[in-house]
Design a protein around this ligand. Structure first.
Ligand SMILES: [Zn+2]
Ligand SMILES: [Zn+2]
Length: 290
């Protein structure tokens, strides 16, 4: 069975380079054979609340224009795990002079391994009709940048995300591009601590698997950021996808997410991933669906 769902899609309402218009999304989903899908624009902190409002408005307009999509097209967010320290600073307006802040939170000056949170509540979920939350770990919290410290810091955040009651789907586990944000954070020597998969402690992998199962959290197969990216070596992908296939066999629900930031969804990407998943024995007919 081909991939027919996508729960990680950015539109022009995301605060980065994403540019898809809702009409283009609906049209390209149809062309790609994606029958069940949702938008998940970036939400780092309350400073992106206006983006959520715009995204929701566009979503409703689109559903009105395409009533056949009711029950198949959904409204979600990609929420970033963020430190309590920076939320506090943002609340106080105490970020003046910080170079790249505050769109991406406050990336410098926080306490080492600061306690983390998601910057929204039940009221927010209800207000914007959020049907599902894709929780993403996007940067380490002011920790040391040797591999061991980064690994522990990311693991801590992945566990937080996987077990948070708001999380429906854990986004891009072992995301490679920490450098994107560590540049903002002015630490240039931080590298992806996960890139050699065989050296990630089995205890971390097992702990995450247990949490996903216990909390009924879906695990995302991130097509653009992990499965198809040329930035990760084939050796990593081979071990990683073998492990993900085992996760599925253990009962963890996998979720398909293109993480598209483009003007439209891309049929070739789904086809390519479909072949890859089949090769590893990953069964796309059992993928997460709302
Ligand atoms: Zn992300
Ligand atoms: Zn994303």
């Amino acid at each position: 069975m081909a991939i027919t769902s996508d729960w990680h899609i950015h539109t022009h309402c995301s605060c980065d380079s994403a540019c898809m218009e809702f009409e283009a999304l609906v049209k390209s989903a149809k062309e790609c054979g994606i029958t069940d899908f949702g938008v998940s624009d970036h939400y780092h902190t309350r400073l992106q609340e206006q983006d959520m409002a715009t995204s929701r408005k566009d979503f409703e307009k689109t559903l009105e224009a395409h009533p056949e999509l009711k029950g198949h097209f959904h409204f979600g967010i990609e929420a970033t795990i963020i430190s309590e320290w920076e939320i506090d600073k943002i609340l106080k307006g105490d970020y003046v002079g910080i170079k790249e802040a505050p769109t991406y939170g406050v990336r410098i000056g926080g306490p080492k391994n600061a306690p983390v949170t998601l910057d929204f509540d039940d009221e927010f979920i209800e207000k914007y009709g959020i049907e599902y939350v894709v929780s993403g770990v996007h940067w380490p919290m002011y920790c040391d940048t040797d591999r061991d410290s980064l690994l522990k810091e990311y693991h801590r955040q992945y566990m937080y995300a996987a077990t948070h009651p708001y999380t429906t789907i854990l986004a891009h586990y072992m995301w490679y591009d920490s450098g994107l944000f560590t540049n903002l954070w002015e630490i240039k020597d931080a590298k992806n601590p996960f890139v050699d998969f065989s050296t990630v402690p089995v205890s971390m992998l097992d702990e995450l698997k247990a949490a996903l199962l216990e909390c009924n959290t879906a695990f995302e197969l991130n097509l653009g950021g992990i499965v198809l990216t040329p930035k990760l070596p084939d050796s990593f992908k081979d071990e990683y996808l073998g492990w993900v296939a085992d996760l599925q066999k253990s009962g963890v629900v996998l979720s398909s997410g293109s993480d598209s930031h483009s003007a439209a969804l891309c049929a070739d990407d789904y086809e390519e991933c479909d072949k890859i998943f089949k090769h590893y024995g990953i069964d796309s007919s059992k993928f997460f669906c709302l």
